[in-house]
Design a protein around this ligand. Structure first.
Ligand SMILES: Nc1ncnc2c1ncn2[C@@H]1O[C@H](COP(=O)(O)OP(=O)(O)OP(=O)(O)O)[C@@H](O)[C@H]1O
Ligand SMILES: [Mg+2]
Length: 420
C-alpha cells in the first residue's frame, strides 16, 4: 500500500474523517468516521469545546475503522471564511536557457505579493494561466524559451482568526492540521470531469449552512465564492411556515420535499403533527414545495449574481455541477436550469474504492476531495522544498494539475499503526 492520507471535513451538519490511499485513478478508502457536527454555524466555529468533541468522535471512529492512529490531516475550510482576488506576477528568464520550475515559483511569489488587510492570510495561490512574452495562455511553460514569464493567478485568502479557531479544535482532538483546503476546491477535484474543467464549468456545493462555489476554466480555478444559505435554511423555512419542530421539518423535507412545483400533483397531501396540536393534520404537498422552491430559487438567484460579478458568465458551456447534501433534493437541477439558464447535473464521489459505499453521496464530495487535493498540494510543496523554498504553513499552492508518478515518492506521515 502507498501513502495513507487523512482528510477531516468539518461541515455545518457533519464532521467526516477519511483515511485513504490516493492512487492515480481512484482513492482507496481504508477507514472513515462520520459524526453530527455541533458548535459550527454557517461554516464558522461558534463553540470551540463542542466542535472539538464532534471532531474527536469522528477521528476516533475513523481510527477504529481503519486500525491506524491519526496524527495529521488535511482540513476543509468553508468559503465563508474566504475572499478571492486575481493577481499577476512576473519573472525574467535569462536568454541562455529555457523556463525552469524556479522561474514559475518566482513569478508565483511575485503574484502572491498582494496587499493583505489586517487579520487575513493567504490560503491558496492557484495559477490560472501563463503568458510567455506575447504568447498568452501557455499551459506549461517549463522547457520553453522566452524572456518574460507572467503568471495570472487566483489568490484565496482567509481570515486568520477563523483558521486559528479551527486549528485549535482539530489540535485539541489530537490531530495536527497539515493544511487547510477550501471546500469547493476539494469538491470540484472529485466531481468534475477533466472535460468540464477544461471547457468551463461552475461547481456549486450546497451544504447545510453554506453554498460554496468555484468556477473552473481552462482546467483550473478562475473564481471562488460563497452564498450564506444551505439546506438548513430550507428546513428552517419549512419549520416556521408549517409550525413544526426542526427535526420533523427535516424529516418532511427528506420524505416529501421537492424544489420544482411542476413536479407535484395539486391534490397530493401528507400527514404531520404541528406544535401544540394533538391530532395529525394533512398538509398539501404543493404548499411544502412552494416553501422550498422560494428558498431554492433565491439561492440560485444569488449564485447567478455571483457568476455575473465574476465576469465569466459567458464562459461556462459545461454549465453547473451541483453537489453537497442539499443537491439531492429532487427538482434542484430543474430550478438551477431555469434560473441560471445553463445545463446542470448533480454529482457525488465516484472514483472511490475500498470502504467506499457510505461515501457515494453528494454530502461527501468535499470529504473525499480533501485527500486527493491535499496530496497534490503536498507534491507541489515537495517540489518547492527541492528548490530550497521554505514550506509555508496553512493552505497550499498548485502548479500542476495531476498526481502522476509523484505519489510513489512520498512516505507515511499521516498515520501510524494503532496498537490498541
Ligand atoms: N436526500 C436529501 N434531500 C434533501 N436534502 C438533503 C438530502 N440529504 C441531505 N440533505 C441536506 O443536506 C444538508 C447537509 O449537506 P452536507 O452534508 O453537504 O453539509 P455540510 O458539509 O455538513 O455543511 P456545510 O458544507 O454547509 O458546512 C442538510 O441540510 C440536509 O438536510
Ligand atoms: Mg460541506
Amino acid at each position: 500500500m502507498g501513502e495513507l492520507v487523512v482528510g477531516i471535513d468539518i461541515g455545518t451538519t457533519k464532521v467526516c474523517t477519511i483515511v485513504g490511499e490516493v492512487r492515480e485513478d481512484d482513492t482507496y478508502i481504508v477507514g472513515l468516521g462520520v459524526e453530527p457536527s455541533r458548535g459550527m454555524k454557517k461554516g464558522k466555529v461558534t463553540d470551540l469545546n463542542v466542535l472539538s468533541t464532534s471532531i474527536s468522535s469522528s477521528v476516533h471512529k475513523a481510527e477504529r475503522s481503519s486500525g491506524y492512529e491519526i496524527g495529521r490531516a488535511f482540513v476543509s475550510v468553508s468559503a465563508n471564511h474566504a475572499q478571492s482576488v486575481n493577481s499577476k506576477g512576473m519573472a525574467g528568464i535569462p536568454s541562455s536557457r529555457p523556463v525552469q520550475m524556479g522561474d514559475i515559483v518566482k513569478a508565483m511569489n511575485a503574484a502572491r505579493a498582494i496587499p493583505l488587510s489586517h487579520g487575513r492570510e493567504i490560503l491558496h495561490v492557484i495559477p490560472r494561466r501563463y503568458n510567455l512574452d506575447d504568447q498568452e495562455g501557455v499551459r506549461n511553460p517549463i522547457g520553453m524559451y522566452g524572456f518574460r514569464l507572467e503568471v495570472e493567478s487566483h489568490i484565496i485568502t482567509s481570515d486568520s482568526i477563523g483558521l486559528e479557531n479551527l486549528t485549535k479544535c482539530v489540535e485539541s482532538a489530537g490531530v495536527f492540521v497539515d493544511r487547510f483546503i477550501l471546500n469547493p476546491l476539494a469538491s470540484g477535484d472529485v466531481v468534475l470531469t477533466p472535460t468540464e474543467r477544461e471547457s468551463g464549468v461552475m461547481l456549486v456545493d450546497i451544504g447545510g449552512g453554506t453554498t460554496d462555489l468555484a468556477i473552473f476554466i481552462e482546467g483550473t480555478v478562475w473564481h471562488t465564492g460563497v452564498i450564506a444559505l444551505g439546506g438548513y435554511n430550507i428546513t428552517n423555512d419549512i419549520a416556521h411556515v408549517l409550525n413544526l419542530p426542526f427535526e420533523l421539518a427535516e424529516a418532511v423535507k427528506l420524505e416529501f420535499g421537492h424544489a420544482d412545483p411542476r413536479a407535484v400533483q395539486p391534490l397530493e397531501m401528507f400527514p404531520v403533527q404541528p406544535f401544540g396540536e394533538e391530532h395529525i393534520s394533512q398538509v398539501r404537498r404543493s404548499d411544502l414545495v412552494d416553501i422550498i422552491n422560494a428558498r431554492v430559487a433565491e439561492m440560485f438567484e444569488l449564485i447567478l449574481q455571483e457568476v455575473k460579478r465574476s465576469g465569466y458568465e459567458g464562459l461556462l458551456p459545461a454549465g453547473v455541477v451541483l453537489t453537497g447534501g442539499a443537491s439531492l433534493l429532487p427538482g434542484m437541477k430543474a430550478v438551477a436550469n431555469k434560473v441560471l439558464q445553463m445545463p446542470a447535473r448533480v454529482a457525488q464521489p465516484e472514483a472511490i474504492t475500498g470502504m467506499a459505499e457510505p461515501l457515494r453521496h453528494p454530502s461527501y464530495s468535499t470529504s473525499v476531495g480533501l485527500l486527493r487535493l491535499g496530496l497534490i498540494m503536498d507534491i507541489e510543496e515537495d517540489r518547492r522544498a527541492a528548490l530550497n523554498k521554505p514550506r509555508r504553513k496553512g493552505g497550499g499552492e498548485m502548479i500542476v494539475n495531476g498526481i502522476g508518478k509523484a505519489i510513489g515518492g512520498l512516505f507515511r506521515r499521516f498515520v501510524t499503526v494503532d496498537d490498541e
